[in-house]
Design a protein around this ligand. Structure first.
Ligand SMILES: [Zn+2]
Length: 303
């Protein structure tokens, strides 16, 4: 599918952590610990849930991020499908240990030793990585931190895509990968996809959003008038992260029900607000049960 195939236009956000203390917070993204589901240790859902319960997410949200509470799901408050009654992982080390032994993974299991956690170099990101590393010792995991410079986006992206790592820290905002725009390196203009003046392949530079093109100092072509995409919604947050083959699905998550719901939501009339909300809530529940990610905080909108 076109939307999911243009992975290379993605700009991944891992390090931007907003420090503003606005009274009414608005969110459009989620920041999380991603688990590499291709690693044998994470094949069992009990282990993934145990990791979710062994990490003191509340402490991370409050002490490091100055948020009131840790997220209970993957959909932030204020977005379609946010479920205020849903309860995600509670911090419960005893329960985490019980889950681990249920999965047949003892404290001295060799798969728990030398687990690599990939993260970027922001001060808060590093603090979160260290906190997670400490917390996971309680269930026998020895976590090695692997730090990448946030400014080196292409390296960060290729490391993430390599899927070599057991875990990674990243954030994702709805609509970060929006409509595709094509820049012309010769003219400095950028075009919408349907434009008749699309540059020759050697001069093309792709952008995943209008803002991305502007940030790269391109100007909109006055002929085809590229426009920013629609206001991003929950679908734009969940599809890249959790649809099989999604452009930011670095956990290797695959749940065919989630895929079907997301595909249906793409076609669904936006006026059917209640149905959309119900479907997004169902997706949130499925994802949280499968636990491919452990949400750490919601990302505030850039206003
Ligand atoms: Zn054009």
């Amino acid at each position: 599918m076109f939307l999911r195939s243009r992975i290379l236009t993605a700009i991944l956000i891992a390090g931007w952590l907003l420090a503003s203390a606005a009274s009414a917070k608005e969110y459009d993204g989620v920041w999380f610990l991603g688990l590499n589901l291709d690693k044998p240790i994470f094949k069992k859902v009990e282990v993934r849930r145990a990791f979710g319960q062994a990490i003191n997410r509340q402490a991370i949200a409050q002490k490091i991020m100055s948020e009131e509470a840790a997220p209970q799901g993957v959909i932030p408050p204020g977005m379609a499908g946010y479920d205020s009654s849903f309860e995600g992982f509670s911090y419960n080390v005893a329960e985490a240990k019980r889950l681990m032994s249920e999965a047949g993974v003892g404290m001295d299991d060799p798969r728990l030793k030398n687990m690599i956690l990939l993260h970027t170099d922001g001060v808060k990101t590093v603090a979160i990585a260290e906190e997670i590393s400490r917390d996971l010792q309680m269930i026998g995991a020895k976590v090695i931190l692997k730090q990448i410079s946030y400014s080196d986006q292409s390296r960060w992206y290729s490391e993430l895509k390599s899927e070599k790592y057991d875990m990674f820290l990243m954030g994702y905002k709805a609509g970060e990968i929006g409509t595709l725009f094509i820049g012309d390196q010769k003219s400095g203009l950028f075009h919408s996809v349907g434009c008749g003046k699309i540059p020759a392949p050697e001069n093309q530079q792709f952008f995943g959003s209008y803002q991305e093109a502007i940030r790269a100092h391109y100007a909109p072509d006055p002929a085809c008038k590229p426009r920013p995409g629609k206001e991003p919604d929950t679908h734009d947050l969940l599809e890249p992260l959790f649809h099989w083959g999604g452009s930011a699905n670095f956990t290797g998550y695959k749940n065919s029900r989630v895929d079907i719901y997301l595909d249906q939501l793409e076609e669904l009339d936006p006026a059917l607000v209640e149905l959309r909300n119900a479907r997004f809530k169902a997706i949130n529940q499925l994802i949280m049960l499968d636990a491919p990610v452990i949400p750490l905080f919601y990302i505030q909108k850039e206003l």
